[in-house]
Design a binder for this molecule. Structure first.
Ligand SMILES: Nc1ncnc2c1ncn2[C@@H]1O[C@H](COP(=O)(O)OP(=O)(O)OP(=O)(O)O)[C@@H](O)[C@H]1O
Ligand SMILES: [Mg+2]
Length: 633
C-alpha cells in the first residue's frame, strides 16, 4: 500500500466516521461519555491500587497491623471505581451497538428504497448479486468501525490523561511513558495496516466460496444431468483451499503481533521499575507513586488496541461506503406526474403510441446506444384486443414495457386515455395498467399473498374471481392447502403453466383497465389460452353464449402472441420487425398481404404442432363449446 493511498484512505475513512457521528450525535455522545468515564477510571484505579499498596500493604508488612478506617476507605475506593467502570462499559457498549445497528438499518432502507426508485435501465446495468451485497455486506462494512469508535475516542482521552498524570507524578517516569505509548500506538497501526488486506482477501474468498456453493445448488439440475459433479466439487475445493490459506495468513500475523502487543507494556513496566527504583532512592517519588505508575502501564495496553481496531476497519469501511454511495447517488429515476386517471365506473382504457422511439442505454456510457424501436405508432382502443406479433428480438417486450411505463421513450409519447403516462401519479398508473411479463415471477409465499400482494380491497373472493379468469381456480383448489399453499422459492412447486396463470391472476386481481400480456400464456395449453383471452375481453365483445362465471372487469388488452388461435381473437394485429411497425390490420388481411407475417405464423404453428405431438400438456382443461374459437383461413 503506497503511503499516499493509505493517507487517502485514512482521510476518507475519517470523513465516513464523521458522517456517522453527524447522523447519530446523541447516541455517539452517550457512548463516548461512557468510554471516557471508563478511561478515567482506569487511570484512577492505577492510583488507588498504588495508594492501597503504599498506605495499606506496606504498613501492614512493616507494622503487622493496619488502621480499620484506612482499610475501609481503600475498599470503598476500589469498589466505587469498579462500579463507575462498569457504568462506563455499559454506556459505551450500548451506545456503540445502537449506533452501529441503527446506521446499518437506516442505510439498508435507503439503499433498497433507492433500488425501487431507480429506473429499469439502471437495473439492466447492475447485476442482482451486486445489488444484494450493496444492501447487505457493503452497508455492514461501511459501519463496522462504529463499534470500536467510541472506545478508541475514549482511549485517546485516557492516553492524554495518563501522560498528564505521569508528568504530575514525576518527569522521569513521564519520559518512559512518552517512549512506550507512541511505540504501542505505532505497533497497533502497523498491525492494522498489515492485517487489513489479509482480512479483505479472506472476506472476498468467503463470499466467493458461498457464491460457488449457491450456484452449484441453484444449478443442481444442470450439474447432475451434465455429469459435472466432479468438476463442481473440484472448483469448490480449490476456492475453499484458498480461503483456508487466507485465514491461516490472518492467524500467522496475529501470532506474530499479539505477543509483541502483550510484551511492550510489560517492558514499559520493567523500565518504570528500573527508573522508579532510582527515583525512589533519590527520594523524588514515594512507593505509592511507583506502584501506581507501574500498574498504569499494565492496564493501558488493552484499550490502546481499540484505536488499532478502528484503523484496521477503515479501508473496508471506505470501500463499502463507496459502493453504497454509488447507489444512493445514482440518478435517472422516473419522476411521476400529478394527474390521476381513475374514473368513477371502471371502463377500459385507451392506449396510444405516437411516433415512439426507444433505445436501451449502452452497458458502458461511452458506447453509442442503438435504437430498438422507431416511429412506433398504434392504438389499442377502449375495450379492444390488439395482438402484437413479430419475430424474436423485434421489440415486442420493449413495447410492453413502454406501455406500462417501466421505461420512457426517447422521443414520442405513450398515452392512456389521452394523457401522457409521464404525467400520471404512480398510484393511478398502477391501478390502470397491469403487465404480465414474459418470465413469470412468483414470490416464495402463499398463493393468496402472491395474488393479492397486500393491495387493499382484494379479499379471498376477488382472489378466486381472478383465479377463475386465469383458468387457475381448478389447480389451486386441488392444492393441499388451497390459497394457503406455499409455492416455494420462485414457485418451484408449480409447473410452468401454473406459474404463468398465477401471475396472470395477480394482474387481474387489481382490475386493471389495460392489460398487457407479454407472451404470458406460452406455457399454457393453446385452448386454455384462447379461453383465458376470450374471458378477458370486454362484456360487449364477449360471445353471448360464454359461461356466466367469467365476469371480468372490462379491460383493453395488448397481447404479445404467436399462436394462431390467440391472434385470431384480436380485433387488430400489429406486426413488428426490427423495432418498426410493418403492417397492421386483421389477421386475415395480414396473412394475405404481408409475406413475412404469413411465414412467421405458419412457422410458429408448425413448431407448436411438433411440440404438442412430443410433449403432452401437463393439464388440459376441457372447454365449453361457447369459447371455441374459429380459426380463419
Ligand atoms: N435490457 C436490454 N439491454 C439492451 N438491449 C436489450 C435489452 N432488452 C432487449 N434488448 C434488445 O432490444 C431488442 C428488442 O428486444 P425485445 O425483448 O423487445 O424483443 P422481443 O420482440 O420481445 O423478443 P422475444 O420474442 O424474443 O421476446 C433486441 O434486439 C434485444 O437484444
Ligand atoms: Mg419478448
Amino acid at each position: 500500500m503506497a503511503s499516499g493511498t493509505s493517507r487517502d484512505v485514512l482521510g476518507r475513512g475519517l470523513r465516513v466516521l464523521g458522517r456517522a457521528i453527524r447522523e447519530q450525535p446523541r447516541i455517539f455522545a452517550v457512548a463516548v461519555t461512557g468510554s471516557v468515564l471508563f478511561g478515567l477510571m482506569v487511570i484512577a484505579s492505577a492510583y488507588v491500587v498504588g495508594g492501597v499498596v503504599g498506605k495499606v500493604v506496606v504498613p501492614a508488612i512493616a507494622r503487622g497491623s493496619v488502621a480499620g478506617g484506612t482499610l475501609a476507605l481503600a475498599a470503598a475506593a476500589l469498589f466505587g471505581i469498579s462500579v463507575l467502570r462498569v457504568v462506563g462499559i455499559f454506556g459505551r457498549r450500548l451506545g456503540a451497538g445502537y449506533m452501529q445497528y441503527r446506521l446499518q438499518a437506516a442505510y439498508r432502507r435507503r439503499v433498497t428504497r433507492r433500488y425501487l426508485d431507480l429506473p429499469l435501465a439502471w437495473h439492466h446495468r447492475n447485476a442482482t448479486g451486486t445489488l444484494l451485497s450493496n444492501a447487505n455486506s457493503d452497508v455492514e462494512a461501511a459501519w463496522y468501525p462504529i463499534a470500536p469508535l467510541p472506545f478508541a475516542v475514549g482511549t485517546l482521552v485516557m492516553l492524554v490523561g495518563a501522560v498528564v498524570s505521569l508528568f504530575l507524578t514525576d518527569w522521569a517516569l513521564a519520559l518512559v511513558g512518552l517512549a512506550v505509548f507512541p511505540a504501542l500506538f505505532a505497533l497497533n497501526v502497523v498491525y492494522s495496516r498489515r492485517m487489513a488486506p489479509r482480512q479483505a482477501r479472506a472476506q472476498r474468498l468467503r463470499a466467493e466460496v458461498s457464491g460457488i456453493a449457491h450456484e452449484s445448488f441453484d444449478g443442481a439440475l444442470v450439474v447432475k444431468t451434465m455429469g459435472r459433479e466432479a468438476q463442481e466439487t473440484e472448483r469448490f475445493g480449490a476456492r475453499a483451499g484458498e480461503l483456508r490459506d487466507a485465514l491461516i495468513a490472518v492467524g500467522r500475523l496475529r501470532g506474530v503481533f499479539d505477543p509483541m502487543l502483550e510484551t511492550l507494556p510489560s517492558l514499559g513496566t520493567l523500565a518504570v521499575l528500573v527508573v522508579g527504583a532510582v527515583r525512589l532512592r533519590q527520594g523524588a517519588i514515594t512507593v505509592t507513586e511507583l506502584v501506581s505508575v507501574a500498574f498504569l502501564f499494565t492496564v493501558l495496553a488493552f484499550p490502546v488496541r481499540a484505536i488499532g481496531w478502528v484503523l484496521a476497519e477503515l479501508p473496508r469501511s471506505v470501500a463499502g461506503w463507496d459502493r453504497v454511495r454509488r447507489v444512493l447517488d445514482a440518478t435517472g429515476e422516473m419522476p411521476y406526474g400529478q394527474t390521476t386517471l381513475d374514473p368513477a365506473t371502471p371502463a377500459p382504457a385507451t392506449l396510444a403510441f405516437h411516433d415512439v422511439h426507444f433505445g436501451y442505454e449502452p452497458a458502458e456510457a461511452h458506447l453509442p446506444g442503438t435504437e430498438v424501436l422507431g416511429e412506433v405508432t398504434f392504438t389499442v382502443p377502449a375495450g379492444r384486443t390488439v395482438a402484437l406479433v413479430g419475430p424474436t428480438g423485434a421489440g415486442k417486450s420493449t413495447i410492453a414495457s413502454l406501455a406500462v411505463r417501466l421505461v420512457d421513450p426517447r422521443a414520442g409519447t405513450v398515452t392512456l386515455d389521452g394523457v401522457d403516462v409521464r404525467e400520471l401519479t404512480a398510484a393511478s398508473l398502477a391501478s390502470t395498467v397491469a403487465l404480465v411479463a414474459q418470465v413469470p415471477f412468483v414470490f416464495d409465499d402463499t398463493v393468496r399473498a402472491n395474488i393479492a400482494l397486500d393491495r387493499p380491497g382484494i379479499g379471498d373472493e376477488e382472489v378466486w374471481a381472478a383465479l377463475r379468469l386465469a383458468e387457475a381456480d381448478g389447480f389451486v383448489a386441488a392444492l393441499p392447502d388451497g390459497l394457503d399453499t406455499m409455492v416455494g422459492e420462485r414457485g418451484t412447486s408449480l409447473s410452468g403453466g401454473q406459474r404463468q396463470r398465477l401471475t396472470l391472476a395477480r394482474a387481474l386481481a387489481g382490475r386493471p383497465r389495460l392489460l398487457v400480456l407479454d407472451d404470458a400464456t406460452s406455457a399454457v395449453d393453446p385452448r386454455v389460452e384462447a379461453a383465458i383471452l376470450a374471458g378477458l375481453r370486454a362484456p360487449a365483445d364477449r360471445p353471448s353464449s360464454g359461461p356466466e362465471r367469467r365476469q371480468a372487469a372490462p379491460a383493453s388488452i395488448l397481447v404479445v402472441a404467436y399462436r394462431r388461435a390467440t391472434i385470431a381473437l384480436a380485433d387488430e394485429v400489429i406486426y413488428v420487425e426490427h423495432g418498426r411497425v410493418i403492417a397492421r390490420g386483421r389477421h386475415t388481411e395480414l396473412l394475405a398481404a404481408v409475406p413475412g407475417y404469413a411465414d412467421l405464423v405458419t412457422a410458429y404453428e408448425q413448431a407448436e404442432q411438433e411440440r404438442e405431438q412430443t410433449r403432452p400438456y401437463e393439464e388440459v382443461t376441457p372447454l365449453t363449446s361457447g369459447l371455441e374459437v374459429e380459426v380463419d383461413r
